[in-house]
Design a protein around this ligand. Structure first.
Ligand code: PLP
Length: 434
């Protein structure tokens, strides 16, 4: 018999991502409509634009050689320049107004790489990261894998509750733990999982509060704006980065996964200048540069206007899907049974059931949902264990990204039937296997 492999402490503290189970269910049960996985709309993926741009790049020998060679750890300079102008442009600003240059931009392998690198860069085991409750479960998993402590702050319709954050910070100061606090993570546009957006008023309060506590060491804010460009209603809001005039506090993470194509797995970040060198050293250990061909491709799609056209089309597609989901929910459920969010963008709707309904993976509702052929993410996966008392078990995340409009309607009807049969409660429902 082979002796066992010795795995590192980090390996032992890294759990399976809960979403893997749900992805697997969707693959195994073709009849199932999954509102669980955060996949994007398949029909609108920009195959023709990508094909044309790639053909263009590869038809020029010089360009092809540049794109097929290794790039730099920092990322393609002209792309970083374009991204900086574009991103500060979303806030109606110039790079100079925020003391930024293209050197403050780094290209990453999706925004997930940024989340991981920031954790690695800032947190030693036992250090503290703060997140919203609920928040993006992959991020929580990332911090736990690094041995960090994740504390959370409740949200309401305006996003993170800043008074609750102020109380938490005051408590950490009283106990002396504030010196272990390194970073606050916030998904401030159409949050994954609730679809909520941080209001302008709270953006300012958040930044003031965090800067105020950065007395002996800087506490950083990781602003994950993955969904910012997918807005279906209302005016855009200023990024936290745009309020960080001295570029001291906010790390802005963006990705092309949602507004363009997740298969490209490319994102970028704008960060405080004194973080860039340590970040590039670490990224050098990970990959010494993200996929270079993809960077050339994105540069082309941005320059020829295809990206902007695509985002505009995508917003139409997702607006229709969101409306279909909200309409089907109001037809299927009574507001006294369940409340749900009305996101202005992004891909998620968050449900909160009343009356002690349990949405967990082993719950009657989940079994009934699988029996009916619909899948959701149990809300408990989006909460940090034990940080704010017991984890709520009555919530669910629905994603309207990948299912078609008719599938969304059908899926919500199935969820309604599942809910009613689970409330009737007596039947034992088998789990779908095919
Ligand atoms: C809030 C948020 N951040 C980051 C990511 C990671 O995406 P990627 O690494 O593909 O950019 C996701 C993916 O769903 C997400 O929802």
């Amino acid at each position: 018999m082979l002796p066992p492999i010795h795995l590192s402490t980090r390996s032992h503290q890294t759990a399976d991502q809960p979403i893997s189970y749900f992805m697997q269910q969707a693959v195994e049960n073709p009849r199932l409509i999954s509102l669980a996985a955060g996949l994007v709309d398949a029909e609108s993926l920009p195959a023709a634009d990508v094909q044309a741009a790639l053909a263009d790049i590869l038809s020029s020998p010089a360009h092809a050689r540049a794109a097929l060679q290794y790039g730099t750890t920092h990322g393609l300079a002209p792309l970083r320049e374009q991204l900086l102008l574009r991103t500060v442009g979303l806030d109606g600003l110039t790079p100079a107004a925020l003391s930024l240059s293209a050197d403050d931009v780094v290209i990453t392998t999706g925004s997930q790489q940024l989340l991981y690198l920031m954790g690695e860069l800032l947190l030693d085991p036992g250090d503290i990261g703060i997140a919203e409750a609920p928040s993006y479960f992959v991020y929580q998993g990332t911090l736990t894998s690094l041995g960090a402590r994740v504390l959370s702050v409740p949200m309401d319709e305006e996003g993170m509750d800043i008074d609750a954050l102020a109380s938490l910070l005051a408590r950490l100061e009283r106990t002396g733990e504030v010196k272990r606090l390194r970073m606050l993570y916030i998904c401030d546009y159409f949050q994954n999982p609730t679809g909520r957006t941080l209001s302008v008023r709270r953006r300012r309060q958040l930044l003031d509060l965090v800067k105020n506590y950065s007395r002996t060491q800087r506490i950083l804010i990781l602003e994950d704006a993955a969904y910012r460009e997918l807005r279906y209603d209302g005016p855009d809001l200023p990024s936290l980065k745009s309020l960080d005039a001295d570029n001291s506090t906010v790390i802005l993470g963006m990705t092309f996964s949602k507004p363009l194509a997740p298969g490209l797995k490319t994102g970028y970040a704008i960060l405080p200048r004194d973080l860039m060198t340590p970040l590039l050293r670490l990224k050098g250990c990970h990959d010494f540069g993200s996929n270079n061909l993809t960077q050339h491709l994105i540069q082309r799609l941005l320059a020829d206007g295809s990206y902007d056209r695509h985002v505009a089309e995508l917003c139409q597609v997702y607006r229709a899907k969101r409306d279909a989901m909200l309409e089907a929910l109001s037809e299927e459920f009574d507001a006294s049974e369940v409340k749900w969010t009305h996101p202005d963008g992004g891909m998620y709707v968050w449900l909160a059931f009343a009356g002690g309904v349990n949405t967990g993976p082993d719950s009657t509702l989940m079994r009934a949902a699988l029996h009916e052929g619909v899948l959701y993410v149990p809300g408990q996966f989006c909460h940090v264990n034990g940080a704010n008392g017991p984890v709520p078990t009555h919530e669910a995340r629905l994603c309207f990204g990948v299912a078609s409009v008719p599938e969304i309607r059908e899926a919500i009807q199935r969820l309604g039937r599942a809910y009613r049969s689970s409330q009737a409660g007596s039947r034992k429902l088998p789990v779908l296997t095919s």
